[in-house]
Design a protein around this ligand. Structure first.
Ligand SMILES: *Cc1c(COP(=O)(O)O)cnc(C)c1O
Length: 425
Protein backbone atom coordinates (compact mmCIF):
# COMPACT_ATOMS: atom_id res chain seq x y z
CA UNK A 1 0.00 0.00 0.00
CA UNK A 2 1.31 3.45 -0.92
CA UNK A 3 1.27 5.88 1.94
CA UNK A 4 4.01 8.44 1.52
CA UNK A 5 4.31 11.25 -0.98
CA UNK A 6 7.46 9.54 -2.24
CA UNK A 7 5.61 6.25 -2.83
CA UNK A 8 2.89 7.96 -4.79
CA UNK A 9 5.31 10.05 -6.78
CA UNK A 10 7.38 6.97 -7.64
CA UNK A 11 4.22 5.27 -8.87
CA UNK A 12 3.28 8.41 -10.82
CA UNK A 13 6.73 8.60 -12.42
CA UNK A 14 6.25 5.12 -13.86
CA UNK A 15 2.96 5.86 -15.61
CA UNK A 16 2.75 9.65 -15.99
CA UNK A 17 5.57 11.60 -17.71
CA UNK A 18 7.54 13.46 -15.06
CA UNK A 19 4.93 12.26 -12.57
CA UNK A 20 2.66 15.24 -13.27
CA UNK A 21 -0.14 16.18 -15.65
CA UNK A 22 0.95 19.80 -15.85
CA UNK A 23 4.62 20.83 -15.63
CA UNK A 24 3.94 23.65 -13.13
CA UNK A 25 3.07 20.98 -10.54
CA UNK A 26 6.48 19.37 -10.73
CA UNK A 27 9.16 20.42 -8.27
CA UNK A 28 11.66 20.68 -11.15
CA UNK A 29 12.61 24.29 -10.39
CA UNK A 30 12.65 23.99 -6.58
CA UNK A 31 13.88 20.41 -6.14
CA UNK A 32 12.36 17.63 -4.03
CA UNK A 33 9.21 15.54 -4.26
CA UNK A 34 5.72 16.97 -4.79
CA UNK A 35 3.12 16.34 -2.11
CA UNK A 36 0.18 14.29 -3.38
CA UNK A 37 -3.13 15.83 -2.39
CA UNK A 38 -6.05 13.70 -1.22
CA UNK A 39 -8.44 16.44 -0.22
CA UNK A 40 -8.94 20.12 0.28
CA UNK A 41 -10.95 22.11 2.79
CA UNK A 42 -11.25 25.87 2.40
CA UNK A 43 -7.80 27.43 2.56
CA UNK A 44 -6.13 24.05 3.20
CA UNK A 45 -5.07 20.92 1.34
CA UNK A 46 -4.16 17.59 2.92
CA UNK A 47 -1.61 15.21 1.45
CA UNK A 48 -1.41 11.40 1.46
CA UNK A 49 0.69 11.52 4.64
CA UNK A 50 -2.04 13.44 6.43
CA UNK A 51 -0.07 16.72 6.45
CA UNK A 52 -2.20 19.81 6.18
CA UNK A 53 -0.94 22.84 4.23
CA UNK A 54 -2.22 26.37 4.10
CA UNK A 55 -2.67 26.48 0.34
CA UNK A 56 -1.76 29.51 -1.79
CA UNK A 57 -1.88 27.49 -5.02
CA UNK A 58 -5.67 27.09 -5.06
CA UNK A 59 -5.46 25.24 -8.38
CA UNK A 60 -3.57 28.19 -9.89
CA UNK A 61 -6.55 30.42 -9.42
CA UNK A 62 -9.41 28.09 -10.32
CA UNK A 63 -10.62 28.03 -6.73
CA UNK A 64 -12.03 31.36 -5.52
CA UNK A 65 -14.15 30.30 -2.52
CA UNK A 66 -11.57 27.80 -1.27
CA UNK A 67 -11.61 24.02 -1.63
CA UNK A 68 -14.80 21.98 -1.30
CA UNK A 69 -16.97 24.97 -0.48
CA UNK A 70 -20.33 23.64 0.79
CA UNK A 71 -22.34 25.63 -1.79
CA UNK A 72 -20.28 24.17 -4.64
CA UNK A 73 -20.36 20.65 -3.21
CA UNK A 74 -24.13 20.73 -2.89
CA UNK A 75 -24.66 22.20 -6.38
CA UNK A 76 -22.44 19.47 -7.82
CA UNK A 77 -24.15 16.73 -5.83
CA UNK A 78 -27.48 17.87 -7.17
CA UNK A 79 -26.19 18.21 -10.75
CA UNK A 80 -24.38 14.89 -10.90
CA UNK A 81 -27.51 12.89 -10.14
CA UNK A 82 -29.19 14.37 -13.22
CA UNK A 83 -26.55 13.06 -15.60
CA UNK A 84 -23.15 14.44 -16.43
CA UNK A 85 -23.12 15.17 -20.17
CA UNK A 86 -25.68 14.98 -22.94
CA UNK A 87 -24.51 16.44 -26.23
CA UNK A 88 -27.54 18.72 -26.18
CA UNK A 89 -28.16 22.23 -24.83
CA UNK A 90 -28.67 22.46 -21.05
CA UNK A 91 -30.13 25.19 -18.80
CA UNK A 92 -26.86 25.35 -16.84
CA UNK A 93 -24.80 26.76 -19.70
CA UNK A 94 -27.47 29.38 -20.40
CA UNK A 95 -27.52 30.43 -16.73
CA UNK A 96 -23.74 30.78 -16.52
CA UNK A 97 -23.59 32.69 -19.82
CA UNK A 98 -26.33 35.04 -18.58
CA UNK A 99 -24.49 35.61 -15.32
CA UNK A 100 -21.23 36.43 -17.07
CA UNK A 101 -22.79 38.69 -19.70
CA UNK A 102 -24.86 40.55 -17.12
CA UNK A 103 -21.73 41.37 -15.14
CA UNK A 104 -19.11 42.31 -17.71
CA UNK A 105 -19.90 45.53 -19.61
CA UNK A 106 -19.68 44.88 -23.36
CA UNK A 107 -19.78 41.10 -23.09
CA UNK A 108 -22.91 40.01 -24.98
CA UNK A 109 -22.27 36.35 -25.79
CA UNK A 110 -19.93 33.59 -24.67
CA UNK A 111 -19.12 30.18 -26.11
CA UNK A 112 -18.03 27.59 -23.52
CA UNK A 113 -15.08 25.26 -23.97
CA UNK A 114 -13.26 23.00 -21.51
CA UNK A 115 -10.05 24.90 -20.68
CA UNK A 116 -8.42 28.30 -20.82
CA UNK A 117 -6.13 27.03 -23.56
CA UNK A 118 -9.10 26.20 -25.75
CA UNK A 119 -10.72 29.55 -24.99
CA UNK A 120 -7.70 31.55 -26.17
CA UNK A 121 -7.02 29.28 -29.13
CA UNK A 122 -10.62 29.69 -30.27
CA UNK A 123 -10.67 33.45 -29.69
CA UNK A 124 -7.57 33.79 -31.87
CA UNK A 125 -9.17 31.72 -34.62
CA UNK A 126 -12.29 33.86 -34.42
CA UNK A 127 -10.22 37.06 -34.57
CA UNK A 128 -8.40 35.80 -37.65
CA UNK A 129 -11.60 34.59 -39.29
CA UNK A 130 -13.48 37.80 -38.60
CA UNK A 131 -10.69 40.14 -39.75
CA UNK A 132 -9.30 38.03 -42.57
CA UNK A 133 -5.83 38.81 -41.17
CA UNK A 134 -3.10 36.50 -39.88
CA UNK A 135 -0.81 38.19 -37.40
CA UNK A 136 -1.23 37.98 -33.65
CA UNK A 137 0.73 40.18 -31.26
CA UNK A 138 1.36 38.85 -27.77
CA UNK A 139 3.55 40.02 -24.90
CA UNK A 140 6.73 38.48 -23.57
CA UNK A 141 5.99 36.53 -20.38
CA UNK A 142 2.21 36.41 -20.83
CA UNK A 143 0.84 32.87 -20.79
CA UNK A 144 -2.14 32.04 -22.94
CA UNK A 145 -2.30 28.27 -22.65
CA UNK A 146 -0.37 25.68 -24.60
CA UNK A 147 -1.77 25.97 -28.12
CA UNK A 148 1.01 25.99 -30.74
CA UNK A 149 0.68 29.54 -32.04
CA UNK A 150 0.82 31.02 -28.53
CA UNK A 151 3.56 28.91 -27.02
CA UNK A 152 6.29 31.49 -27.51
CA UNK A 153 7.77 33.56 -24.68
CA UNK A 154 5.10 32.04 -22.48
CA UNK A 155 5.89 32.71 -18.80
CA UNK A 156 4.62 30.32 -16.07
CA UNK A 157 5.88 26.72 -16.48
CA UNK A 158 7.71 27.55 -19.70
CA UNK A 159 9.74 30.19 -17.87
CA UNK A 160 10.13 27.98 -14.79
CA UNK A 161 11.77 25.28 -16.89
CA UNK A 162 13.92 27.88 -18.68
CA UNK A 163 12.48 27.06 -22.11
CA UNK A 164 12.20 29.67 -24.87
CA UNK A 165 9.11 27.93 -26.24
CA UNK A 166 8.50 24.27 -26.91
CA UNK A 167 9.90 21.50 -29.05
CA UNK A 168 7.21 20.24 -31.40
CA UNK A 169 5.97 23.73 -32.22
CA UNK A 170 6.94 24.38 -35.83
CA UNK A 171 8.33 27.66 -37.13
CA UNK A 172 5.25 27.79 -39.33
CA UNK A 173 2.90 27.58 -36.33
CA UNK A 174 4.42 30.68 -34.73
CA UNK A 175 5.32 32.55 -37.94
CA UNK A 176 2.29 34.80 -37.50
CA UNK A 177 2.90 35.45 -33.79
CA UNK A 178 4.84 38.59 -32.86
CA UNK A 179 6.15 39.00 -29.31
CA UNK A 180 6.43 42.46 -27.74
CA UNK A 181 7.61 43.58 -24.28
CA UNK A 182 4.79 44.04 -21.75
CA UNK A 183 3.79 47.58 -20.87
CA UNK A 184 5.01 49.02 -24.19
CA UNK A 185 2.44 49.64 -26.92
CA UNK A 186 3.77 47.79 -29.98
CA UNK A 187 3.85 49.09 -33.54
CA UNK A 188 0.82 47.67 -35.31
CA UNK A 189 -0.18 47.60 -38.94
CA UNK A 190 -3.03 46.30 -41.07
CA UNK A 191 -1.72 42.73 -41.07
CA UNK A 192 -2.52 42.35 -37.36
CA UNK A 193 -5.69 40.37 -36.62
CA UNK A 194 -5.47 40.77 -32.86
CA UNK A 195 -3.43 41.91 -29.91
CA UNK A 196 -3.65 39.40 -27.09
CA UNK A 197 -2.83 40.49 -23.55
CA UNK A 198 -3.20 39.48 -19.92
CA UNK A 199 -4.67 42.75 -18.58
CA UNK A 200 -2.73 42.06 -15.38
CA UNK A 201 0.24 39.83 -16.14
CA UNK A 202 0.04 36.99 -13.63
CA UNK A 203 2.20 34.28 -15.17
CA UNK A 204 5.56 36.07 -14.89
CA UNK A 205 5.06 36.54 -11.17
CA UNK A 206 2.86 39.65 -10.95
CA UNK A 207 3.41 42.57 -13.34
CA UNK A 208 0.79 45.29 -13.23
CA UNK A 209 -0.16 47.19 -16.36
CA UNK A 210 1.29 50.71 -16.13
CA UNK A 211 -1.29 53.51 -16.02
CA UNK A 212 -2.70 54.00 -19.51
CA UNK A 213 -1.19 50.86 -21.05
CA UNK A 214 -4.47 49.05 -21.70
CA UNK A 215 -6.26 52.18 -22.96
CA UNK A 216 -3.35 52.94 -25.31
CA UNK A 217 -3.47 49.36 -26.60
CA UNK A 218 -7.17 49.80 -27.26
CA UNK A 219 -6.50 52.98 -29.25
CA UNK A 220 -3.60 51.40 -31.17
CA UNK A 221 -5.83 48.45 -32.18
CA UNK A 222 -8.59 50.81 -33.30
CA UNK A 223 -6.19 52.77 -35.49
CA UNK A 224 -5.38 49.70 -37.62
CA UNK A 225 -8.62 47.73 -37.24
CA UNK A 226 -7.04 44.99 -35.11
CA UNK A 227 -9.08 43.28 -32.42
CA UNK A 228 -8.07 43.55 -28.77
CA UNK A 229 -8.31 40.29 -26.83
CA UNK A 230 -8.16 40.29 -23.03
CA UNK A 231 -7.04 36.96 -21.65
CA UNK A 232 -8.95 37.09 -18.38
CA UNK A 233 -8.45 33.43 -17.54
CA UNK A 234 -6.91 34.54 -14.22
CA UNK A 235 -8.37 38.03 -13.78
CA UNK A 236 -11.94 37.16 -14.80
CA UNK A 237 -14.20 37.24 -11.73
CA UNK A 238 -11.11 37.20 -9.50
CA UNK A 239 -9.70 40.68 -9.91
CA UNK A 240 -13.13 42.01 -9.10
CA UNK A 241 -16.84 41.33 -9.54
CA UNK A 242 -16.66 41.99 -13.28
CA UNK A 243 -13.01 41.31 -14.10
CA UNK A 244 -10.18 43.42 -15.47
CA UNK A 245 -11.98 45.12 -18.36
CA UNK A 246 -14.38 46.60 -15.85
CA UNK A 247 -11.67 47.41 -13.29
CA UNK A 248 -9.54 49.29 -15.82
CA UNK A 249 -12.42 50.71 -17.85
CA UNK A 250 -11.10 49.33 -21.14
CA UNK A 251 -13.43 47.20 -23.24
CA UNK A 252 -11.74 44.61 -25.47
CA UNK A 253 -13.31 43.01 -28.56
CA UNK A 254 -12.91 39.52 -27.17
CA UNK A 255 -12.55 38.09 -23.68
CA UNK A 256 -11.13 34.73 -22.67
CA UNK A 257 -12.15 33.14 -19.39
CA UNK A 258 -11.33 29.97 -17.48
CA UNK A 259 -10.31 29.02 -13.93
CA UNK A 260 -12.84 30.82 -11.63
CA UNK A 261 -15.82 30.39 -14.01
CA UNK A 262 -15.61 26.61 -13.64
CA UNK A 263 -15.78 26.68 -9.86
CA UNK A 264 -12.95 24.12 -9.80
CA UNK A 265 -14.14 22.04 -12.75
CA UNK A 266 -12.64 22.08 -16.24
CA UNK A 267 -14.12 24.96 -18.19
CA UNK A 268 -13.21 27.93 -20.34
CA UNK A 269 -15.14 30.48 -22.36
CA UNK A 270 -14.55 33.17 -24.92
CA UNK A 271 -16.92 35.93 -25.82
CA UNK A 272 -17.59 39.41 -27.09
CA UNK A 273 -20.29 41.26 -29.00
CA UNK A 274 -23.10 39.28 -30.63
CA UNK A 275 -22.05 40.74 -34.00
CA UNK A 276 -18.52 39.37 -33.68
CA UNK A 277 -19.59 36.02 -32.23
CA UNK A 278 -21.91 35.60 -35.24
CA UNK A 279 -18.81 34.58 -37.20
CA UNK A 280 -18.74 31.32 -35.23
CA UNK A 281 -20.25 28.08 -36.55
CA UNK A 282 -23.09 27.21 -36.86
CA UNK A 283 -24.09 30.79 -37.79
CA UNK A 284 -20.75 31.76 -39.34
CA UNK A 285 -17.71 30.34 -41.09
CA UNK A 286 -15.30 30.00 -38.12
CA UNK A 287 -15.45 26.41 -36.90
CA UNK A 288 -15.20 25.62 -33.20
CA UNK A 289 -16.68 22.71 -31.24
CA UNK A 290 -16.41 20.46 -28.17
CA UNK A 291 -18.03 17.23 -26.94
CA UNK A 292 -17.96 18.29 -23.29
CA UNK A 293 -18.26 22.06 -23.88
CA UNK A 294 -20.65 23.75 -21.45
CA UNK A 295 -20.63 20.62 -19.33
CA UNK A 296 -23.50 20.64 -16.81
CA UNK A 297 -21.27 19.90 -13.80
CA UNK A 298 -18.81 22.62 -14.70
CA UNK A 299 -21.49 25.21 -15.36
CA UNK A 300 -23.32 24.28 -12.13
CA UNK A 301 -20.14 24.79 -10.11
CA UNK A 302 -19.25 27.99 -11.97
CA UNK A 303 -22.71 29.52 -11.59
CA UNK A 304 -22.73 28.67 -7.90
CA UNK A 305 -19.47 30.56 -7.36
CA UNK A 306 -20.55 33.60 -9.40
CA UNK A 307 -23.92 33.71 -7.63
CA UNK A 308 -22.29 33.37 -4.23
CA UNK A 309 -19.98 36.37 -4.52
CA UNK A 310 -21.02 40.00 -4.27
CA UNK A 311 -18.95 43.12 -4.94
CA UNK A 312 -18.33 43.42 -1.19
CA UNK A 313 -16.73 39.94 -1.13
CA UNK A 314 -14.13 41.23 -3.58
CA UNK A 315 -13.62 44.45 -1.61
CA UNK A 316 -13.03 42.49 1.59
CA UNK A 317 -10.68 40.09 -0.16
CA UNK A 318 -8.67 42.96 -1.68
CA UNK A 319 -8.44 44.72 1.68
CA UNK A 320 -7.27 41.51 3.35
CA UNK A 321 -4.67 40.90 0.65
CA UNK A 322 -3.49 44.51 0.90
CA UNK A 323 -2.71 44.04 4.61
CA UNK A 324 -1.20 40.63 3.91
CA UNK A 325 1.08 42.03 1.19
CA UNK A 326 2.41 44.71 3.53
CA UNK A 327 2.95 42.34 6.48
CA UNK A 328 4.59 39.74 4.28
CA UNK A 329 7.10 42.24 2.87
CA UNK A 330 7.76 43.57 6.36
CA UNK A 331 8.33 40.14 7.93
CA UNK A 332 10.67 39.07 5.14
CA UNK A 333 12.65 42.32 5.31
CA UNK A 334 12.92 42.10 9.09
CA UNK A 335 14.47 38.65 8.61
CA UNK A 336 17.21 40.00 6.36
CA UNK A 337 15.89 39.46 2.83
CA UNK A 338 14.16 41.96 0.61
CA UNK A 339 10.64 41.28 -0.65
CA UNK A 340 8.49 43.02 -3.18
CA UNK A 341 4.80 42.15 -2.91
CA UNK A 342 3.07 43.86 -5.83
CA UNK A 343 -0.70 43.66 -5.70
CA UNK A 344 -3.55 44.41 -8.05
CA UNK A 345 -6.86 43.92 -6.24
CA UNK A 346 -6.58 40.47 -4.64
CA UNK A 347 -3.83 39.32 -7.03
CA UNK A 348 -0.53 39.13 -5.17
CA UNK A 349 3.03 38.70 -6.43
CA UNK A 350 6.15 37.89 -4.44
CA UNK A 351 9.69 38.74 -5.52
CA UNK A 352 12.55 37.86 -3.18
CA UNK A 353 16.00 39.39 -3.42
CA UNK A 354 19.00 40.24 -1.29
CA UNK A 355 18.98 43.90 -2.34
CA UNK A 356 16.05 46.26 -2.88
CA UNK A 357 14.72 46.11 -6.46
CA UNK A 358 12.14 48.11 -8.39
CA UNK A 359 8.80 46.49 -9.18
CA UNK A 360 9.29 44.67 -12.51
CA UNK A 361 7.36 46.20 -15.41
CA UNK A 362 8.07 43.45 -17.93
CA UNK A 363 9.29 39.88 -18.27
CA UNK A 364 13.00 40.72 -18.55
CA UNK A 365 12.87 42.57 -15.23
CA UNK A 366 10.72 39.86 -13.58
CA UNK A 367 13.10 37.16 -14.78
CA UNK A 368 16.14 38.95 -13.38
CA UNK A 369 14.61 38.63 -9.90
CA UNK A 370 12.81 35.29 -10.27
CA UNK A 371 15.98 33.55 -11.46
CA UNK A 372 18.18 34.78 -8.58
CA UNK A 373 17.98 31.38 -6.91
CA UNK A 374 16.37 32.49 -3.62
CA UNK A 375 12.89 31.13 -4.24
CA UNK A 376 13.62 27.39 -3.95
CA UNK A 377 14.93 27.66 -0.40
CA UNK A 378 12.08 29.92 0.63
CA UNK A 379 9.52 27.60 -0.94
CA UNK A 380 10.83 24.57 0.98
CA UNK A 381 11.16 26.46 4.26
CA UNK A 382 7.53 27.53 3.88
CA UNK A 383 6.41 24.01 2.99
CA UNK A 384 8.15 22.66 6.11
CA UNK A 385 6.10 25.19 8.08
CA UNK A 386 2.88 23.95 6.49
CA UNK A 387 2.45 26.72 3.95
CA UNK A 388 2.17 25.66 0.30
CA UNK A 389 3.25 28.18 -2.32
CA UNK A 390 3.44 27.29 -6.01
CA UNK A 391 6.66 25.38 -6.76
CA UNK A 392 7.97 28.08 -9.09
CA UNK A 393 9.03 31.72 -8.76
CA UNK A 394 6.91 32.85 -11.72
CA UNK A 395 3.56 32.05 -10.12
CA UNK A 396 1.52 34.39 -7.97
CA UNK A 397 -0.09 33.71 -4.59
CA UNK A 398 -3.76 32.88 -4.80
CA UNK A 399 -5.58 34.03 -1.68
CA UNK A 400 -9.07 32.52 -1.67
CA UNK A 401 -12.13 33.85 0.10
CA UNK A 402 -11.58 31.09 2.67
CA UNK A 403 -8.24 32.59 3.76
CA UNK A 404 -9.10 34.51 6.91
CA UNK A 405 -6.90 36.85 8.93
CA UNK A 406 -5.74 33.95 11.13
CA UNK A 407 -4.48 32.04 8.08
CA UNK A 408 -2.74 35.07 6.65
CA UNK A 409 -1.11 35.88 10.01
CA UNK A 410 0.22 32.34 10.15
CA UNK A 411 1.63 32.68 6.64
CA UNK A 412 3.36 35.94 7.60
CA UNK A 413 4.94 34.30 10.63
CA UNK A 414 6.12 31.35 8.52
CA UNK A 415 7.47 33.74 5.88
CA UNK A 416 9.57 35.57 8.47
CA UNK A 417 11.09 32.31 9.66
CA UNK A 418 11.58 31.03 6.12
CA UNK A 419 13.26 34.27 5.06
CA UNK A 420 15.65 34.02 8.03
CA UNK A 421 16.62 30.51 6.91
CA UNK A 422 17.27 31.72 3.36
CA UNK A 423 19.09 34.89 4.49
CA UNK A 424 21.47 32.80 6.60
CA UNK A 425 22.21 30.34 3.77
C1 LIG B 1 -4.13 29.24 -16.88
C2 LIG B 1 -4.13 30.21 -18.00
C3 LIG B 1 -4.47 29.83 -19.31
C4 LIG B 1 -4.70 28.40 -19.71
O1 LIG B 1 -5.79 27.83 -19.08
P1 LIG B 1 -5.85 26.21 -18.94
O2 LIG B 1 -7.18 25.97 -18.34
O3 LIG B 1 -4.69 25.83 -18.08
O4 LIG B 1 -5.72 25.67 -20.32
C5 LIG B 1 -4.58 30.82 -20.27
N1 LIG B 1 -4.35 32.11 -19.97
C6 LIG B 1 -4.01 32.51 -18.74
C7 LIG B 1 -3.80 33.95 -18.46
C8 LIG B 1 -3.85 31.56 -17.72
O5 LIG B 1 -3.45 31.96 -16.50
Amino acid sequence: MSETNQDWFDRALRVIPGGVDSPVRSFRSVGGTPYTVVRGEGAYVVDVEGRRYLDFVQSYGASLLGHAHPAVVSALTEAVALGTTFGAPTPGEVRLAELMCSRVPGLEQVRFVSSGTEAVMSAVRLARGATGRSRIVKFDGCYHGHSDALLVAGGSGVAQLGLPGSAGVTAGAVADTTVAPYNVVPELDETVAAVLVEPVAANMNLVAPRAGFLAELRAACDRVGALLIFDEVITGFRLDYAGASNAFGVVPDLWCFGKVIGGGLPVGAFGGSAALLASLAPAGPVYQAGTLSGNPLATAAGSTVLEYVTPSHYERLSARVERFAASLAEAISAAGLYALTPRVGPLLGLYLSREPVDAPANFAAAKAVCDNGLYAGFFHAMLERGVALAPGAYEILFVSMAHGDAELDRAVEAAGEAAAVVAAS
